[in-house]
Each structure stands twice: as structure tokens, then as C-alpha cells.
Design a protein around this ligand. Sequence first.
Ligand SMILES: *Cc1c(COP(=O)(O)O)cnc(C)c1O
Ligand SMILES: [Zn+2]
Length: 439
Amino acid sequence: MPHYSAKFQCFAGCEGSYPVTKALYRCPTCGGLLEVKHDMNALRDRSAAAWMRTFEERYMRTSWPYGSGVWGKREWVMPEVTDDAIVSTGEGGTNLFWAERLGKEIGLPDLWIKQCGNAHTGSFKDLGMTVLVSVVRHAMKIGDLAPRAIACASTGDTSAALAAYGAAAGLPVVVLLPKGKVSTAQLVQPLAHGAKVLELETDFDGCMEIIQKLAAEGLIYLANSMNPLRIEGQKTVAIEMTQQFDWQVPDWVVIPSGNLGNASALHAGFEMMRELGVIQRMPRLLVAQAANANPMYRAFVAGTEEVSPIAAQKSHASAIQIGNPVSAPRAMRALKAMNGVVEQASEQELADACARADRTGLYTCPHTGVALACVFKAREKGIIKANERVIVVSTANGLKFTEFKLGYHEKAFPELDSRLRNQPIVLPANVDAVKEALG
Ligand SMILES: *Cc1c(COP(=O)(O)O)cnc(C)c1O
Ligand SMILES: [Zn+2]
């Protein structure tokens, strides 16, 4: 693949491009965000049909590295990384769950859940982290990088993914977590992988501020999605879901959003397919936010380009409890290009959506609950029509959020009405007692 290439460029359009193997997180000219730009002319050496065939032939195979849905699309993702540098746990290839019962209940029979939480570390973060850690290893091989550690601030899933990929590569990892604001599973993951776990008395935004300072001083290599390498891996979810529908574009894609990297990654994936002729139209984008952490929603309602930072309030959707989203400009562009809307869900609405979805066989994390609650609202308002195909990106596995789910069923949260709660019935080991309980 030598003639395919990708470089960093300024998101706002300043001149100049930079190797992706350098530790660079901001435009040297304006200080703004960077993005990865591919040599699109080189990629046009194959027809859209040829690319689709290649991706299908590789999908879910065992030959390294094509067991990964990310690396099966490597020319579109990070073409210069060699096989021996790739750190993969077999990302992507997650199923589309047809939410038949739930969809019927809300008058939306074509409702699908892209189960990105069925992943090695239990969230979609693996898709981006395999690219970032692989580029680091490649950069170390060619002498562009010698990081003391790879590090991130996290609401729990980024740190889990970074710790796992760092451990698989044998690279030191440091994670900054807001103390008491991630689930037990999310705290255990980086501990188990041997990462240095620093719990700070602040929220995610506070951790993000500190990690950016460490990165600016060159003390760590930054693994947050401010680093556009993550977006390149995450964008494959757009390509993969389209491929799973035999290259038909859905009408809507719904995504729970905090730092807004993943929303922009979806756009990047669809845009690349459009530019290379694989698809002819864009789906619409529904960005779903928790009402307690809703800076993008506020900007959308106010009709402003600028997303003003807020102090995020506590949310059960802890992975999106973010008030100052780093990728806001990227997400704004995605929203425009995809004729998007932003909706929000209260704590009660997200909890109800989770419980209701679980009753139909899903096992939803609170963020997916936010997305589903926003689908319910958009359907009621007529924004989403009955005949439209909707794909909800489920960002994490419900098993990571046992405290939230158990707390709901035990009615442990005084502020929440647990109307769909279900409780175990404790009985003596006695057949008659069991018969009586059966009713
Ligand atoms: C990271 C994460 C999100 C938010 O993604 P952003 O790119 O920060 O918007 C949503 N849900 C889960 C479970 C996450 O881990
Ligand atoms: Zn710039």
C-alpha cells in the first residue's frame, strides 16, 4: 500500500501538513484542532465496487490483521502502519440487533442497535484505541516517538481501552480518572492491566485540563480523542454498519455524545464513503445528550455555531458527563453535513429507556439509554418517521454499569421513579413455597 497516505492537517484550514507519527495535538499555527487527511486521489485508484469487495472479503477473517473490522479497512484508516506494528484485539464486527419489539412499541419497526459494546474492553473506544496505539508503536519503530507513557483523561471507557492496548503492546500507560465518577468495572479494568491509575478530586473536564498540560510539556503521549488518530478508527463504525446493510445508507444514525469525538467520527466515515462513491447520500444524525451535560443541545437550540462550556451536572450516563467537549467544532461540522438534530434526555428518561429496552431483550448501558430516550422523543415529535430506518449506536456494554442497573431495580436512587423495577423473591428451599410463588 505504499502509495496511500494520511497526514495531520489543521481542522480550521491553516496551511501545512504533519506526519501522523509526530506527537502533535494542536495546529502549530492557530492552536486549533487537527484532523487526519487522506490522499483521496490515491484511493481513487480503485472503484467503489472494488473497495466494497475488498472490505467484504476481509470482513471477520482470521488472517492478520483482518480479524479486526478496523484494519480490514486499513487503507482508509491508517495506510502506513505495517502489520508488525498493529496492536489489535479484533475490533469491530459487532452485531446489529434488530430491536423488533421495542421498535414496534414506539411505531418504528426498522429500529436497529449497533452493539459497539460487544467489544474487547466493552465499549466502542477499542475502535479508536487500536489505531492510536498501533501508530505509536509504528512511530517508535521509525524513531519518531519515544514516549515515557501514553496517557488519557477518561470517564471510564477510554482508560479501560488504553490500558488494555498498552498492556498488549507492552507500553506504559497512565490514566487520569475523576474520583468516584466511574463504575467499579471501569475502575478495575486499568488496574488489572497494570496502568498507573490517578484518581483526581475533580470531574472529567478537570482531568482533561490537566492531561492537556502534561501533553503540552511533552511528559506523556496524549490518547484522548482530541488526538485525531482515535477518530480514524472510530469512523469505521459508519462504514461497517453500511456494509452490514449491503451498502444501503440508513435514514438516521443516533449517537450518545459527550466529548463529541464519536459524532464527528461517524461523519468522517460517511463522508469518506461518499467521496469515494460507495454511497450517494448521507444519513441524518441525531446527537443525544444527557440533559445534565448538554452543551451541544444548548447550542443547537440557540442556533449558535459556538458550543459554550458549561459545568456538567451529575448523570448516571457518566461517560458523557462532560461540560466542555473538546471535539465541539468537529461535531458542529458533522451536524451541518448530516442535516442533524440534537436531543436531550433527563435522568428519569434515560433510566426508563434502559429499563424498557432491557424488557425487550437488550441490556443497555445508561448512554444507550440516553440515545433511546432521544429516539422515543424524536419519534413522538415526528422528526423521525415511522417508515425510516434508524440505527442507534450502543456505545458500551450494560455489564459495565451494574451499580446503575441494580440501583434502579432496588430503587436505590431516591430521585428516580423505578417503575419497571424487578426484584428477586427470596424463599426457603421448599417445593411448596416455590409452587406458591409460581402462582
Ligand atoms: C466515550 C463514550 C461516549 C461519548 O463519546 P464521545 O466521543 O466522547 O462523544 C458515549 N458512551 C460511552 C459508553 C462512552 O464510553
Ligand atoms: Zn490552524
